[in-house]
Ligand binder design. Sequence first.
Ligand SMILES: Nc1ncnc2c1ncn2[C@@H]1O[C@H](COP(=O)(O)OP(=O)(O)O)[C@@H](O)[C@H]1O
Ligand SMILES: [Mg+2]
Length: 249
Amino acid sequence: MPMRDLTDQDLKTPQGADAPHLRLDNVTVRLGGRPVLDWLDLSLDGPGLTVILGPNGAGKSQLLKVMHGLTEPEEGHVTWNGRPARQATREQALVFQKPILLRRSVAANIDFVLKARGLDRSKCATLLKHVGLLDKARQPARALSGGEAQRLALARALALDPKVLFLDEPTASLDPGSVLAIERIIQGAHDRGVKVILITHDIGQARRLADEVVFLHRGRVAEQASAHHFFATQGSAAARDFLQHRIVV
Ligand SMILES: Nc1ncnc2c1ncn2[C@@H]1O[C@H](COP(=O)(O)OP(=O)(O)O)[C@@H](O)[C@H]1O
Ligand SMILES: [Mg+2]
């Protein structure tokens, strides 16, 4: 397998002027007859790592799908740098809590997306090395542990050179060592200028990674603040209750 060191060109997304600007205006999504996103407004500007927090059922996963252009809102608009979200999907990658991997080798899971997108296939080994899976390249992906499978899913996402990386609870139900390994990969992507939007239930993880927190409650943004400010003050009662582990519905 061709192998060279990971270069900026392999994983880089330009900083600064290219930092994406997301706008959601009056976004409403209804499921089962009730709104799960309810006239939601949100702007994300600049390259900071955004963590989305909120109780179960608040609409976090739906919000991510709408931001990514996977789900069209019934009402409202989602734009990335002024373009409709669905036109920006190719510049973005999405990783779910449970990675969906091809029943092929670890390397084939990466090679498949590189080939499909017409990208440089020599990046495969480099990406596997980056996530610590080079020694498992020829093993079946389904034989990986949960943490390894998630690292492979992250490598596959990064193979697409995304400007935006969406992560929906990527470390839920993983052991602490796997969580930290995945956080290092996420932080690395962020440091290279990828806009990361992360949903997590792990308050410690939010404190470790977030530059900015968006707190979602009942399908609306209850609070948006710098991580420092959010954890120091929590402007909304819902966020205060959430951080004190009270049940909020
Ligand atoms: N296919 C569906 N049909 C009906 N309701 C749904 C469907 N998917 C999600 N929901 C509801 O939408 C709400 C928001 O879901 P979700 O975005 O998954 O919340 P979160 O990720 O914050 O836990 C929840 O109340 C959930 O039960
Ligand atoms: Mg969810």
